[in-house]
Structure formats: structure tokens, C-alpha cells
Ligand binder design. Structure first.
Ligand SMILES: *Cc1c(COP(=O)(O)O)cnc(C)c1O
Length: 455
């Protein structure tokens, strides 16, 4: 096939994936099971079902079914903003003078501004199917809360979002978007939960943390009839839903006979990267093709590159099951870097296992170089990227420059997870030269890792 490749490769609606792809099915050595924090034994569906929706628990524990059909109602919703375009970055290639071919999958074409809607709509759907009244969650930077609010309003579900207090105050526009979609947004810690009141008594005037917001959201779900808790990344079910990104990317490349050489994504909790690489990784696992995968994380929160592969709590409040993952310790408080969505101490257990098997590379990058890449990209390709996404942009540019030096014309594919309109305060800091880089010292990391659970 030698068709001229358009700037944007769109799939027809009829070419959209009908199934999510579960990469765990193709792994000979599976990710380690979630453990019940009270017993130290693999957690049962029954115990998980008290916190999460039934069908999502099934997906969480499913290591064997390769394809999970996407329910028609979810496909219909996906059609409002998908298929997402796969863009050939001709202008960037030209500017860089690289023989490499650069492609990016753009997930910012919806009001939530990120890929998170792909899983939010699935989770809201299963909650509705189960006859629930509503769901609760936490949000830090606000992207997940926004996506979930949109999904819940579509299915007429109540949505309670605990938003880390400092974000609630610093990001009033995110908060109002959520309220526009009918969500009930509470700054965390709050007096509406026992755990919130306890934290407030202990630390009056605290501006909150993600860990604390998770604890409040879980309590709000488990103490109310007809509510469950939902999570926007890290869990295997979320990575499963995000495989729609990779399935579409692969279908678009296949349509033009293009074989990716390098696939790059930013890694917070690992769901977008895991979803993007899933079908490619499947081929690699089955020995059908080889790819070079690169996970990009912030140097300020380097779970893969400097963390340990052990069982840890998924939340600072220590209420969720234990997961074996690359972690900096649930007690690690990442520096206030601006890529809010990448400030997580751990990593998806599936991605962790793939990384541990040597099937993927990980790199960490510094914030100022990330913003420099973001701005460079915005000026050439037009899209104003989210700081999180810009981690992937930075490494894609690095790889394209390497190709310029070696003369290789590799196909580089990266995930552009979202837009950065709500991150202009960070851009402002960068423009004013007030942005600094931060890398935790070995002592700081040792401190975070000193409180790992004993299993
Ligand atoms: C949340 C978020 C991320 C991080 O995604 P993970 O799947 O948790 O790694 C990346 N980019 C954007 C724009 C986000 O909102």
C-alpha cells in the first residue's frame, strides 16, 4: 500500500472498535492480584463489590478474556466525540528536519478535554445498569471529575466529586464546568464525612490532598444506599476502557499500511499509556511484531524509573485494596508540579508487570523542558497541549531528533491526551521564568518507601 497519508486519519464510524482489548489475556505472567488490606489475601469479587460496581469488578478481575464487547449505548456515546483523529505531524517533522514520521492520537476533542471520558462513560453506564442512584469520586486537577460529571449527566446519575481544596480554590472554572453538568462538588477535606472531619481536626487549615479526597469519596459511597466509588486511572478496568485509544490508532495506521516503530505516552496512573499501547503490546507478547514502547513520567514523581516493584496502598487513606506496582510509597507526597494528572505515587499493576518483564522503557523528564516542548509544539501544530500530554511530546521530539542524526525514518506514534486551557497559570509561570524543576533526593524517596505495607 502506498497511499498518500492525510494530515488527519479519521476512521469511519463503521470502523470504530466494537470491543475493548484486554492485554492481560496475552500475558503469560499475569499482573499480581489485588490484595485485601485486612486479610493480606487476594481480594474477592464480593469484597470489591462493596466499593465498586459489579460489572466493573468482573472486568477488574478478568485476566483471560481477550476481547470485551463494548455495549451499544457506550458506542453511541463514543460516536459523539470519536473516532479521535490520528494526526500526521507533517509541520512538526518539517520544522525538525527529521526523516522520522510522527503521528499523534488526539484525545482532547471533547469538553472534558482529555481521554478520561472514555472510561467515565463506561463506568457510569455500568452503574446505571446496576440500578444505582449515583457514584462518588475524587479529583485533583479536575479532568477526571469533569469527565465523570459529563458521563453521569448523560445517564442521569447523581455524581459527587470531592475536589482537593487547593484545586477547588485555584481552578474555579473546572469546578463550574462540573457543576454545569450537574455534579455536586465538595472541597476536600470537608465536614460531610467522618474521615474529613477527623483530618480537619488534626490539620486545621489544610489545603487537602488526593489521598484524603479518595478516603472521603470512598466513605461517601459506602455509607450511602445505592452509591459506588469510581476511579479514573490505575485500575485494570480503566486501562481496559482506554484500549479504545490503541484500537483506533492501530486501525488507522493499518488503513495506510503504516507499521509503528516507537509508541510513546505519558504515565500518571498508566491508563492512557496502557490503553494506547495495548493492541501493539498484544502483538509483541504473541511474537507477531516488535515495538519500542516508552512511558514518560515527571522527574518529580518518578514511579517507574526510581520506584520499587512491591505491594502498596493505592491511596494515602489506605482504604483501597493493595496492588503490586512500581511505587514511591503511598506516603510519598509529590512536589506541587503542574502536571496534576501525573502526580500519583504508583502505577497500573498491568503496566508495572510489563515494565518489569522488560517489554517497555521508561524515562523521566523535567517540568521546564516539558513546557518548552509544549510551547514549541503549540506554535507549530496549533494544539495547546495539557502539561501531562507534553511529557510525551517532549520524548517524541527527542526521538525525532535522534532520527535526524542517524538518518533513520522511523514511525513515531504518541498519545496527545488532552488540551491545556485550564493550565494557563502554569504556562504563565513558565513564560515569566518562575517555573523550577524539582527532583526528589534519594533520602526523600527512602522516606516514602519506608511505610510500605508488610505482605
Ligand atoms: C489524567 C491525565 C493524564 C494521566 O493519565 P493516566 O492514564 O493516569 O496515566 C494524562 N493526560 C491528561 C490530559 C490527563 O487528564
Amino acid at each position: 500500500m502506498n497511499k498518500e497519508i492525510p494530515y488527519k486519519i479519521y476512521l469511519e464510524e463503521s470502523e470504530m472498535p466494537r470491543d475493548w482489548y484486554n492485554v492481560r489475556a496475552d500475558m503469560t505472567k499475569k499482573p499480581a492480584p489485588l490484595l485485601d488490606p485486612t486479610t493480606g489475601k487476594p481480594i474477592t469479587a464480593e469484597a470489591l463489590g462493596k466499593v465498586f460496581c459489579e460489572e466493573l469488578v468482573k472486568q477488574e478481575l478478568d485476566d483471560n478474556n481477550r476481547y470485551i464487547p463494548i455495549p451499544q449505548e457506550i458506542i453511541d456515546f463514543y460516536k459523539m466525540y470519536r473516532p479521535a483523529p490520528l494526526v500526521r505531524a507533517y509541520c512538526l517533522e518539517k520544522k525538525l528536519g527529521t526523516p522520522a514520521h510522527i503521528y499523534y492520537k488526539f484525545e482532547g476533542n471533547n469538553t472534558s478535554g482529555s481521554h478520561k471520558l472514555n472510561s467515565a462513560i463506561a463506568q457510569a453506564y455500568y452503574a446505571k445498569q446496576q440500578g444505582l442512584k449515583g457514584v462518588t469520586t475524587e479529583t485533583g486537577a479536575g479532568q477526571w471529575g469533569t469527565a465523570l460529571s459529563m458521563a453521569c449527566s448523560y445517564f442521569d446519575l447523581d455524581c459527587k466529586v470531592f475536589m482537593v481544596k487547593c484545586s477547588y480554590e485555584q481552578k474555579p472554572f473546572r469546578r463550574e464546568v462540573m457543576r454545569t453538568y450537574g455534579a455536586d462538588v465538595t472541597p476536600s477535606p470537608s465536614t460531610t464525612t467522618a474521615v474529613g472531619r477527623q483530618i480537619l481536626a488534626e490539620f486545621p487549615g489544610t489545603s487537602g490532598s488526593l489521598g484524603c479526597a479518595i478516603s472521603e469519596a470512598v466513605e461517601a459511597a459506602t455509607s450511602r444506599e445505592g452509591y459506588r466509588y469510581v476511579l479514573g486511572s490505575v485500575l485494570s478496568q480503566v486501562m481496559l476502557h482506554q484500549s479504545v485509544i490503541g484500537m483506533e490508532t492501530k486501525a488507522a495506521l493499518d488503513k495506510y499500511g503504516v507499521k509503528a516503530d516507537i509508541v510513546i505516552g505519558c504515565a500518571g496512573g498508566g491508563s492512557n499509556l496502557g490503553g494506547l499501547i495495548a493492541p501493539f503490546m498484544g502483538e509483541k507478547l504473541r511474537g507477531e511484531a516488535d515495538y519500542h514502547f516508552i512511558a514518560v513520567e515527571p522527574a518529580s514523581c518518578p514511579s517507574l524509573t526510581r520506584g520499587k516493584y512491591v505491594y502498596d496502598y493505592c491511596d494515602t487513606g489506605r482504604v483501597c485494596p493493595l496492588a503490586k506496582m512500581y511505587t514511591l510509597g503511598s506516603a510519598f507526597i509529590p512536589a506541587a508540579t503542574h502536571a496534576g494528572g501525573l502526580r500519583y505515587h504508583g502505577m497500573s499493576s498491568t503496566l508495572s508487570e510489563l515494565y518489569d518483564q522488560g517489554l517497555m522503557e521508561a524515562r523521566s523528564v523535567k517540568q521546564t523542558e516539558v513546557f518548552a516542548a509544549a510551547e514549541y509544539f503549540a506554535r507549530i501544530e496549533g494544539i495547546l497541549p495539557a502539561p501531562e500530554s507534553s511529557h510525551a511530546i517532549k520524548v517524541a521530539i527527542d526521538e525525532a531528533i535522534k532520527c535526524r542524526e542517524t538518518g533513520e525514518s522511523k514511525n513515531i506514534v504518541f498519545g496527545l491526551t488532552g488540551t491545556g486551557y485550564f493550565d494557563m497559570m502554569s504556562y504563565e509561570k513558565f513564560h515569566d521564568g518562575r517555573m523550577t524543576d524539582y527532583e526528589p533526593t534519594d533520602e526523600e524517596l527512602a522516606k516514602g518507601l519506608s511505610k510500605l505495607p508488610k505482605v
